[in-house]
Design a protein around this ligand. Structure first.
Ligand code: NAD
Ligand code: ZN
Length: 359
């Protein structure tokens, strides 16, 4: 069976396009109880962007600090309950921020129409009813969260996305001006998330002409942004990074991620390491699996004087390494793609532990 995916309904791209947000959401203002909920990264509180939010008197704005932890099921349930108790069903949800805010906005849009805790819906196609109109305005580019059909939540039992067609944004606003202030090291890690999405999407059995076309173009943009004379955090490259992130996300949607993400999930789940950073830590040591990609990645690391820590595993216990290897091993779809349907005959828990010991 071939995957049959739903994409973003509407996309606006360009410098200053954030200024069109008010006009874009206006036709939806009469839906449900006639007010919009803005969910904005706390970084923008008191900044110029706050004054540019197209907020009307009836609307509600939440500023959320995403740094203490990645989005949790408890956080989503509390926010949903507060929204519903205050003014009832909103006309729409507008998320403005990085991957964490994209995921919060997607989840809240689903949870205002689906009863009970978000823990009930972690997994594929468990959501029962369509959510409400929701808009994503990324202020960091790289994870592809703006285009994906999943919204990752950490719950008491599992770290797993609410994944279904209704998760996908109805509208995204891609304004490269919004990513200009991303700190340099984070700009590097998130961009590498895009680059790794492409390398992994390309190197595996689910790669196809459709995913390849997106990966090829996205990697070309990554090279402009991170390699050679045109490299650097410039306005022109920010335009390119926004598009690269979107295309990298589309590539993996129609193909799959691979070994780096399988290892990275282990690091995030057991050690709480952030997604893009843990990808960089893992990819740096995956030359046996992705020789050309890792060689080029190392050139980018060197060009931007990024220091990736080495020898981390000497501080990890055998139990931690074993637990991380099990998290990776259970990501069947990633190993299927990267190694083949018979991957269990070729890769053992011990082999995966050996990868963690290299880090
Ligand atoms: P983030 O949302 O975690 O934000 C990182 C930091 O950047 C925060 O301190 C934030 O306040 C700050 N920030 C945001 N915009 C800024 C700006 N313009 N200028 C300066 N600082 C800014 O970052 P991320 O890496 O984009 O997202 C990571 C999250 O995305 C994780 O929660 C992860 O689980 C999730 N994720 C989701 C998907 C998906 O498909 N849904 C895929 C990968 C990762
Ligand atoms: Zn990723």
């Amino acid at each position: 069976m071939h995957k049959n995916f739903k994409g973003i309904e509407k996309t606006v791209f360009g410098r200053g396009s954030f200024g069109q947000l008010g006009e874009i959401i206006a036709p939806h203002r009469s839906e449900n109880n006639g007010y919009m909920v803005f969910i904005v990264d706390n970084y923008f509180k008191g900044k110029e962007l706050e004054g540019r939010l197209p907020v009307q008197a009836e609307d509600t704005v939440y500023f959320i600090d995403v740094d203490p932890h990645e989005p949790t099921t408890e956080q989503i349930d509390t926010l949903r309950d507060e929204i519903m108790a205050t003014k009832g069903l909103p006309s729409g949800i507008i998320g403005i921020g990085g991957g964490a805010i994209m995921d919060i906005a997607k989840c809240v849009s689903l949870m205002v129409t689906n009863e009970g805790s978000s823990t009930l819906y972690q997994g594929l196609n468990l959501i029962k009813k369509p959510g409400i109109y929701h808009v994503g305005v990324p202020t960091i580019s790289g994870t592809g969260a703006e285009v994906s059909m999943t919204a990752v939540l950490t719950g008491p039992e599992k770290k797993l996305g609410l994944k279904c067609e209704w998760t996908v944004f109805n509208q995204v606003v891609l304004d490269p001006e919004l990513i200009a202030t991303v700190p340099r090291d984070w700009w590097f890690y998130v961009g590498m998330d895009t680059y790794i999405h492409c390398i992994e999407s390309e190197n595996g059995q689910f790669n196809n002409a459709y995913s390849h076309a997106y990966a090829e173009q996205s990697m070309k943009l990554c090279r402009d942004i991170y390699l050679g004379e045109t490299a650097g955090q410039t306005a022109e490259n920010d335009d390119k990074l926004m598009v690269a992130s979107l295309m990298g996300g589309l590539s993996l949607t129609y193909s799959e991620v691979g070994i780096c993400h399988a290892i990275s999930y282990g690091l995030s789940k057991i050690l709480g390491m952030r997604h893009c950073y843990s990808n960089c830590i893992a990819f740096n040591h995956l030359q046996d699996y992705y020789p050309e990609g890792v060689a080029e990645f190392k050139q980018m690391v060197a060009q931007h004087n990024i220091t990736l820590p080495q020898g981390l595993s000497k501080d990890w216990t055998d139990e931690q390494i074993n637990a991380m290897a099990h998290v990776s091993y259970n990501l069947d779809h990633m190993w299927n793609h990267a190694v083949g349907y018979d991957w269990r005959e070729k890769v053992t828990i011990e082999d995966i532990e050996a990868i963690f010991r290299r880090l």
